[in-house]
Design a protein around this ligand. Sequence first.
Ligand SMILES: *Cc1c(COP(=O)(O)O)cnc(C)c1O
Length: 397
Amino acid sequence: MGQEKQSYLFPTFARYPIHLVKGEGSRLWDDKGKEYIDLMSGIAVTNLGHVPAKVKDKVIAQLEELWHCSNLFHVPHQEKLAELLTENSCMDAAFFCSTGAEANEAAIKIARRYAQEVMKTDRYEIITFYQSFHGRTLATLTATGQEKVQIGFKPLMPGFAYAKYNDLESVKALINDRTCAIMLEMVQGEGGVLPADPAFIEGVAKLCEENGLLLIADEIQTGMGRTGKLFAYEHYNVEPDVITLAKGLGSGLPVGAMLGKAKLIPAFTAGSHGSTFSGLPTIMAAGIATMETMLEEQLPARAAELGDYTVQLLEEKLAGNPLVAGIRGKGLLIGIELKQSAAELVNAIHEAGVLVITAGPNVIRLAPALTISKEELTEGLNILCSILAAHTAEVTA
Ligand SMILES: *Cc1c(COP(=O)(O)O)cnc(C)c1O
């Protein structure tokens, strides 16, 4: 293979040696015309598949009308998307932004502001979890309980403390008179596709209630139907005070949202938070069309069904494979834990024409589109399993 051309970019991403140029549904093509089955959807972003027709049409229609409208004016599309999101969740109000990290920034800010300006306390500390992922801004990388994203960025933000995921006692031990919120993922995505135990989530919600803390659900990866419900909190008997969304919300265009309960509305008064690109008409059109498609086509239920099918197929095909330590997930967010590093195998799977990603050092993560056909899904999974089988034969030979 020839040497890659010199890049003009900061090398912040370890990129796979593939140049994708076109996508349609769950198929992608590279610059050499090679076809791939997509079992990753960006990273749980293109939940409707690539270039979904209804979203494309709405976005193009809006591009013909108006691109930018300052938030000094009313933006009807924001009201419409906020209505769709709140009417289909336990939430009452929305703030829009462009990325997941920004949605979590808004959540962190509203938690502090609610504690200080509405409740008139001096609380500010937020409990988050080891192995979590909440973003790359200074506040959200501090919230992220993984040292690897924090190296070289000291001093970190004050006001965060880390508990152990699925360990209620470790949460209890951190609550004090400075605590204002607990923030968590319902399935730790980047941390290795680790689902929360129902008793843990319900216990955390109870601790929040007893101690007057906000429960913030980072649903940036688990939201938008991914886990088999529109939002993953619906799997549990809880109602968060705040939900953050991004990834799947705009089908690949940059839409983020922080949703909150009515009691939080007085915390975000005029001038307290904002962004130039908050809720632009064009990206709101993408969000509206994505939500409408999600609801009309009942895609969360489809994710649940295809997720069960995927786990069953993998368990059958990978049974007894000495490389595999376990298969877990929720809906169409699935992890195959290996007894070795996943990176090398992921490259081999890509070469065989199936796109998957890692989650942590030794987990292969699957996050296919919720619209993938059962045939394409089966074909992709069979290729993946055959690569794992071939690799096993190689290492045990
Ligand atoms: C991806 C992700 C984020 C960060 O979103 P960006 O859009 O990359 O800023 C935050 N939390 C979770 C759970 C994520 O999966």
